[in-house]
Design a protein around this ligand. Structure first.
Ligand code: AMP
Ligand code: MN
Ligand code: MN
Ligand code: MN
Length: 313
């Protein structure tokens, strides 16, 4: 199926779609996007602007998944209520496994417990320490005042992320664009890729499960792993109490997605869907997803913990 065809399917007006229920299969799901970013982390829109855009795209069920923070969730929740949409309290958590940075989406239908909130504060501190270390390394590579430059780009409100350093490198003429900055300085294995500050995968999954939430491996095809390595990741994740993985993240190759569905079914993981939208004007919009194949993978919204999320109002 072409990108254009899948796009129009996903943006059909709400009235043309069957309402999402726990019984809706992954391949029939419309109006849902469980991976979205706002200005509370490295997205460009305010939470309200993001929800308005999701509404305009015909979405009814969404999760705001800003990196290592729940700061945008309250505002997004108010805006969703205004539109009659459902919002899951959520965040995309950074962790490490076998020397790699892995992202785990925390879906928290009961909201955060006290321990989870405290853990997020720990992640915020880890992010501060990491930014200082990235700045030190970039300074050695020729970017003066790296920390101040990144802070000027991010503004005073939100924690620093690698995209801020990427922009600083572009502005200083050290990279042609942000993509090039990641390729040369900030991407996996490069000098500016500092991951020793993130907690272990098992730790982060534990926080989510103990808060009554569902842990989801984000974009499993984007870590440059072999299928066998992904099996090991899923085994470690499940051993720690993890329950789901994203079957579709934005645009994916059809055959690869089909194979990932087989892998999720084999591990009995629930499947989630999300665009990983960050800003308008790029290839992706909220709800833009390659189609999920027919498979035996149960949708994450069929998980008992998410029953209220898809219950008719
Ligand atoms: P951080 O959470 O600070 O480590 O930043 C990770 C974020 O950087 C990801 O969520 C993406 O939004 C962005 N990112 C990662 N890799 C790339 C890349 N190759 N090109 C552009 N942006 C990237
Ligand atoms: Mn991001
Ligand atoms: Mn991610
Ligand atoms: Mn993301």
């Amino acid at each position: 199926m072409s990108v254009a065809a899948s796009h129009s399917e996903n943006t059909a007006a709400p009235s043309e779609r069957a309402p999402l229920t726990a019984a809706t299969s992954l391949d029939e799901a419309r109006g849902i996007d469980l991976h979205l970013h706002s200005r509370a982390s490295d997205g460009r829109l305010t939470p309200s602007e993001l929800v308005d855009l999701c509404h305009a795209k015909g979405l009814s069920h969404i999760a705001l998944t800003d990196h290592d923070t729940l700061a945008g969730v309250a505002e997004a929740g108010e805006r969703c209520a205004h539109h009659g949409m459902r919002l899951l309290c959520a965040s995309e958590l950074s962790c490490q496994w076998r020397g790699m940075t892995i992202h785990i989406v925390a879906l928290l239908p009961q909201g955060p417990n006290a321990a989870f909130t405290a853990s997020l504060e720990g992640l915020a501190e880890a992010r501060v320490r990491r930014a200082e270390e990235i700045a030190r390394r970039l300074q050695k590579l020729g970017l003066d005042d790296a920390l101040a430059r990144a802070r000027a780009i991010a503004g005073s409100e939100r924690p620093l992320g690698r995209p801020d350093f990427a922009q600083a490198l572009v502005d200083a003429g050290l990279a042609a664009d942000r993509q090039a900055a990641f390729k040369r300085y900030l991407g996996a294995g490069k000098r500016g890729d500092v991951k020793t500050h993130w907690p272990a995968l098992e730790t982060v999954v534990g926080w989510i499960v103990e808060a009554g939430g569902v842990a989801v491996v984000a974009h499993p095809l984007r870590y440059g792993m072999t299928r066998r390595k992904r099996d090991l990741l899923f085994e470690a994740f499940i051993g720690a109490g993890g329950q789901a993985a994203e079957l579709v993240s934005g645009y994916q190759n059809r055959d690869t997605t089909f194979d990932l569905a087989r892998q999720l079914a084999h591990h009995e993981l629930y499947g989630s869907l999300g665009s990983d939208f960050h800003f308008p004007g790029g290839a992706l919009a909220p709800g833009t997803l390659s189609p999920a194949p027919r498979s035996h993978v149960r949708p994450v919204w069929a998980h008992p913990a998410l029953a209220d999320f898809v219950a008719p109002r």
